[in-house]
Design a protein around this ligand. Sequence first.
Ligand SMILES: [Zn+2]
Length: 62
Amino acid sequence: MICPRCANEKTSVKKTMKGFKNTRLRKCEKCGYVWLTEEKPVKDKEIIEYLEYLEDIGEFKK
Ligand SMILES: [Zn+2]
């Protein structure tokens, strides 16, 4: 993930709190900024269409 403060691409995950949504503590390798991200299931019409598109172009197989 790109650092929200300096836009550096080299960031690392320091801690992951797992559950129905995962919360991750991330740190930027360049400026040292620390922030939290959430990862959760997403399923709506747009995502399903996107998956179908990825299947069509051969980048995803069910
Ligand atoms: Zn940064």
